[in-house]
Design a protein around this ligand. Structure first.
Ligand code: ZN
Length: 827
């Protein structure tokens, strides 16, 4: 007996010994004390892999995707041996609880906590914290894992992280310099925050325009965690922010979600208080815009939270802040580790309650609007369906009927007839709350001070006619499939022109050296009318292409592009195909300014648009090189949002104007218009506020300064613009267009030039706009063209590529490149 006890003791103690010994600490593994160096992304992943090899029964690493720069994206599942063994059952039970997976759940008392680190690449303390968090969970905090599955994404944005860290490592002095003027505290353009295409991944959860988001959503939808934390950093003088979040909260957020994030916050506070660390809650970071790493999970039922440590790209390994404190990386990662563990602790303590409350969230029988009905352009409907599929939101086809409800186009009650081509999205489905968030006409605001845009309603963004109905609209799941007919050998072929899909088709034809015409006037042939912008591909124009018909057929099939055959150049209703009103599309050579002065986000939006959406070549020219650049090699120069005071010096401005006079085309976006407004030779001018500010007494109380200032703001609101769709920039559009206004900049209508789209009135269809801002917005420019010599300046006051989600605006941009002032000449 004694012997047996002895043996057991030996076995037991050697077991605990080996467990403790075989898990390397981050410092041991990395070869430096954690926080004394920045770890490059591959080192972080290598640590997670090493720990997986050391405790394979408790750690499971899965590669869920790759970035644009081919770095791996990983999730790490950490739990007890039992839970790791039953991981798939736990996952399925969780989905069954929500109704997202058919079948009866065999019961789940396991909490699922997902921790996302380093979504902003230069907020680099968090991936360091992810390693320490992993280590602590597997050593001192084993108990928490009995009823909790922790999912760690150590690096949501590895391309951005490495951009920052590689720069820091090659720049920093030894030892690090705490003087903030030192170069190691001043990142060069574009900084490490965004991903490869310079998109902010913490604004992309819903739009999923980026590969990182697309791949993450697939695994996110499989797991649907109960708690999601996005780790960030803020300015070096702000200590630490954690939940509860600030107002406004979106109204679909439940009492449970509000209460439990407060409980989690109080738990963090306990640890911070014990150490005497400063923090704040309930200020600044709200829960409204759905595309964040806190709101998106919240609207998918989780307790979604953002934690912000002071630091950011400026902080480096150590920096002296305004309060005389030397803020170090060690301190930053310690705080993030503390809140990470505290979150897991709260989830573990409340695992049962988390599961029951999570399940309740997915009951959506009480939402006001029961169905959203959308009709319109088939390509636009398809592109919306693609988005819904990314979120696994269910949709159906309408059955033929008359539908009544809130009409998005008028902002009033109305009705229209629908057939099987119309799309119906019901709110009584597991993801019904997200349906409401994305489709409702106007988001309820409990506070006008918010961190982000206040309008994104999908019917406006996709340019579709829509009704929101308070009764369920009848629908079915019948899918209609159309196949394209094979092209016959004939005189020519005509394509419609009203969607991004048509634009991609044109881009492909141009790349393959097809000569393509477009019509500036509607014409009829074969009893069909073709609207302005329609593309015409004739055999006569394309004799240089071998087996032209078969090649065109292949491209049309690949793009699912329907073409109408015409057997003669003689039209039923003019213009004929040889008319001067039917012009050759020039194979435009397009350049864009990048680098210092340009807003990196805006540059990234255009870059991504050309490479990943339009699939057409683009030459990027650094603003430093602009003076030496031979512009004559390009037809179009895009100037993204930015500040060009330095770049467009007198000499460079003269050079730009001369190039335009000779036939060049400038497309200026958003803030880039400031370079031309009110300047010599330009018709573009600012519109001043009509209110007479001098007669207004300034009696604003100091405490109300922020609120008062919001009167001057537009924080992303939707307006209805009048459109001159006879102008090539508006080909493919109706005579009105819902535009997303991102700010209060107002430009007068052009005296000499074309006002292609403009605001006639200032009715706000969705979102927040302060009264002062609205006062100056009537009769202002949205899109315009000003001629100079043979060339043009094209003004886009509203940025249609903003975060790549305003689908219906993208064709204005394509038209500006290929159709406006089309000088068909080869360079
Ligand atoms: Zn951040």
């Amino acid at each position: 007996m004694q012997k047996l006890v002895f043996v057991l003791l030996v076995v037991f103690s050697s077991f605990t010994l080996t467990t403790a010994q075989t898990i390397s600490s981050p410092s041991d593994f990395l070869g430096y004390d954690i926080g004394t160096q920045f770890s490059r992304n591959h080192q972080v992943i290598a640590y997670f892999k090493a720990v997986q090899n050391q405790v394979p029964n408790q750690v499971k690493l899965v590669e869920y995707g790759k970035t644009n720069e081919r770095r791996g994206l990983y999730l790490t599942f950490i739990s007890s041996e039992d839970n790791i063994k039953n991981l798939e059952t736990i996952r399925e039970n969780n989905l069954k609880n929500t109704g997202l997976l058919e079948g009866e759940s065999s019961g789940n008392d396991v909490a699922i906590v997902w921790l996302s680190y380093n979504v902003h690449g230069n907020e680099a303390s968090s991936s360091e914290a992810s390693m320490l968090t992993l280590f602590k969970l597997l050593t001192e905090k084993q108990d928490l894992l009995k009823n909790t599955v922790v999912i760690i994404d150590p690096s949501v944005n590895p391309d951005g992280r490495d951009r920052y860290i590689n720069w820091y490592n090659e720049t920093a002095s030894l030892p690090y310099n705490i003087d903030r003027q030192a170069s190691e505290h001043n990142e060069p353009w574009p900084g490490g925050r965004p991903n490869h295409y310079l998109f902010d991944l913490n604004r992309d959860w819903v739009w999923a325009s980026q590969v990182e988001t697309q791949q993450r959503l697939e695994v996110y939808n499989k797991w649907m965690p109960h708690v999601h934390v996005d780790f960030h950093e803020q300015g070096i003088n702000e200590p630490y922010y954690f939940a509860p979040a600030a107002e406004p909260f979106h109204e679909i957020i439940t009492d449970w979600q509000r209460d439990f994030q407060t409980e989690i916050g109080k738990n963090h506070a306990k640890y911070f208080d014990a150490e005497g660390w400063l923090f704040f809650t309930r200020e600044r970071f709200d829960l409204l815009y759905p595309s964040y790493g806190d709101t998106y999970p919240t609207f998918m039922g989780a307790i979604g939270m953002t934690y912000e440590q002071g630091g950011h790209g400026m902080a480096g390994l150590g920096i002296l802040n305004d309060e005389g404190h030397v803020l170090t990386l060690v301190e930053r990662l310690t705080h993030h580790t503390t809140t990470g563990i505290s979150t897991v602790e709260m989830a573990s303590k409340n695992a049962k309650k988390l599961n029951t409350e999570f399940a309740k969230f997915f009951n959506n029988s009480n939402l006001k609007y029961k169905s959203y009905v959308l009709k319109g352009n088939e390509d636009k409907l398809n592109s919306l369906k693609t988005l819904l599929n990314k979120h696994q939101i269910a949709f159906e086809n309408a059955t033929k009927s008359k539908v009544t409800g809130y009409n998005y186009a008028t902002g009033n009650q109305g009705s229209f007839n629908v057939d099987g081509n119309a799309l119906v999205v019901h709110s009584n489905q597991p993801k019904g709350k997200m349906v409401k968030v994305l489709f409702e006409p106007n988001t309820k605001l409990s506070d006008s001070l918010t961190y982000d845009i206040t309008a994104w309603s999908l019917p406006y963004a996709y340019g579709l006619d829509a009704l929101a109905s308070t009764t369920k609209v009848s629908s079915n799941t019948m899918a209609s499939k159309k196949s394209l007919q094979v092209l016959n050998d004939t005189y020519g072929y005509v394509s419609k022109w009203n969607s991004m899909k048509d634009a991609q088709f044109l881009a492909e034809l141009l790349k393959q050296n097809f000569k393509v015409r477009f019509t500036e006037k509607p014409f009829s042939a074969n009893d069909k009318t073709f609207e302005r912008g329609s593309l015409i591909i004739t055999k006569g124009d394309n004799k240089h292409i071998e087996k032209m018909v078969s090649k065109l057929n292949t491209i049309a099939q690949e793009h699912a592009q329907p073409l109408t055959e015409i057997n003669s150049g003689f039209s039923q209703k003019t213009p004929d195909i040889g008319s001067p009103d039917i012009k050759l599309v020039n194979k435009q050579k397009v350049a864009i300014l990048s680098g210092e002065g340009t807003r990196s986000l805006s540059y990234g939006e255009v870059w991504h648009f050309f490479e990943q959406q339009l699939h057409y070549p683009l030459t990027s020219i650094n603003t430093d090189d602009f003076g030496d650049t031979n512009l004559n090699r390009y037809n179009v120069l895009i100037i993204p949002n930015g500040n060009y005071r330095k770049v467009l010096s007198e000499d460079n401005m003269t050079k730009l104007k001369e190039w335009v006079r000779a036939g060049g085309k400038v497309i200026a976006i958003d803030g880039a218009l400031r370079s031309f407004a009110g300047k010599d030779g330009f018709s573009l001018s600012y519109k001043d506020s009509e209110e007479d500010d001098e007669n207004k007494d300034n009696l604003t109380a100091y405490a109300n300064r922020e609120r008062e200032y919001s009167n001057n703001l537009i924080t992303g609101a939707i307006f209805n613009a009048k459109v001159d769709n006879t102008h090539p920039m508006a080909f493919g559009y109706d005579d009105n267009y819902f535009t997303l206004k991102l700010g209060s900049s107002a430009y007068s209508l052009l005296d000499s030039g074309y006002n292609v789209a403009y605001l006639n009135d200032t009715k706000v269809y969705s979102g927040f706009a302060g009264q002062n801002a609205l006062n100056s917005l009537g009769k202002t420019l949205v899109f315009g063209e000003e001629r100079m010599g043979s060339g043009s300046f094209i003004y886009m006051v509203d940025n249609t590529l903003f975060r790549s989600f305003w689908e219906n605006g993208k064709l204005f941009f394509v038209n500006s490149i290929f159709m406006v002032n089309n000088n068909a000449y080869e360079l």
